[in-house]
Design a protein around this ligand. Structure first.
Ligand code: DAH
Length: 355
């Protein structure tokens, strides 16, 4: 029996010495020292042995058990240390590496950016920003803005009609009337917004954006308009810019003008230093940027006196100017964007270049 115990001990010791992980050691512990293992069973059977055998067998078996327990404990500690040393050697963290890149965040569309930039300029000049409906009545979109019953812009080919009297607004100008109905003079407002026309090619999209301006007070003249737009032009296109007013026609302004800004690419010369023609202004030296004018007295006549706007807009006492500019056009000029459709195709390679 003692021989068997010695045999078991050697067997176990060899196995424990060769174990390569803590899991394997645990299996060996169960195999050699667990409740059902042979050595503990022998130990439990010592009491049944003949009296003269109990002492020597008990002693050898106990020693074997203690030796194996100690050996396992030592191997466990040794393995833990090896594992730690290994991970210290291999799991090195290079704290000088850059951190995880930040998640990409969205950005404002270039048209939103441009709109806000322009709003800021006019806010700085004392204007208030208001907004209005994209679905308008014929009354606000055309009639109250002094369009004759036969004005070509009313044609089905030029305007999206939802029914006889309701359209998608073709410009932000109807908000001139709504603003005057809702507020008394003096009134200084800008109205950004989306407008719609049934056009679609490289220079026209069925949807685009305008910023309307309206200043009504007493004695607000064309010179005030020019000063306001000069300030706008210099903030957007540079301090050396000039503005030029050319006579034009709009139904709701009299006189009406088209407003040009001196070309920022050729400094208004029309040609570049190497003598070539400026591509941006096509040699003109001027860039057309918007339409404007003095509000036609007929327009005031279409603004009813209400509780909200008392004393109302009497054409004999109030005077003011208005303008309408295309946001797409301003951003195109500013950023050299070649095709209007780029704004609406949502190609990230284009959109990510702004902001
Ligand atoms: N509503 C005009 C258009 O869409 C632009 C415009 C011209 C607006 C002159 C104005 C203005 O307020 O005074 O073509």
């Amino acid at each position: 029996m003692i021989e068997r115990i010695e045999q078991l001990r050697v067997q176990a010791e060899t196995a424990i010495a060769g174990a390569s992980g803590s899991e394997e050691l645990e299996q060996l512990r169960v195999r050699y020292l667990g409740r059902k293992a042979e050595l503990p069973r022998l130990l439990r059977g010592v009491a049944d042995l003949a009296p003269e055998q109990r002492g020597p067998v008990g002693k050898v078996a106990n020693e074997a058990r203690q030796a194996l327990e100690a050996m396992i404990e030592q191997r466990v500690a040794q393995l833990a240390q090896d594992e730690l040393a290994h991970s210290l050697a291999t799991d090195t963290i290079d704290v000088t590496l850059p951190g995880s890149p930040p998640q990409p965040v969205g950005r404002l569309h270039v048209l939103t950016q441009t709109t806000r930039e322009l709003e800021d300029i006019f806010l700085g000049l004392g204007f208030t920003v208001i907004e209005g409906p994209e679905v308008e009545t014929v009354h606000y979109n055309f009639d109250a803005l002094n369009h004759s019953p036969t004005h070509p812009a009313r044609a089905r080919s030029d305007t999206f009609y939802l029914d006889e009297d309701v359209v998608l607004r073709t410009h932000t100008s109807p908000m001139q009337i709504r603003a005057m109905e809702a507020h008394p003079p003096p009134l200084y407002v800008v109205i950004p917004g989306r407008v719609f026309r049934p056009d679609s090619d490289a220079t026209h999209t069925p949807q685009f954006h305008q910023i309307e301006g309206l200043a009504v007070d007493q004695d607000v003249t064309l010179a005030d308009l020019k000063g306001t737009l000069l300030s706008f032009a210099r903030t957007v296109f540079g301090e050396r810019r000039e503005v030029r007013l050319r006579p034009h026609f709009f139904p709701f302004t009299e006189p009406s003008v088209e407003v040009d800004v001196s070309c920022f690419h050729c400094e208004g010369n029309g040609f570049l230093k190497d003598g070539s023609r400026c591509y941006l202004c096509k040699g003109e030296g001027w860039l057309e940027v918007l339409g404007a004018g003095e509000v036609d007295p007929n327009v005031y006549a279409h603004v009813p006196l209400t509780e909200a706007n008392a004393p109302g807009y009497d054409p004999e006492t109030v005077q003011g100017f208005a303008w309408g500019l295309g946001v797409e056009r301003i951003a195109m000029l500013k950023h050299g964007i070649p095709d209007l459709r780029l704004y609406f195709e949502n190609d990230l390679r284009f959109l990510e270049q702004f902001g």
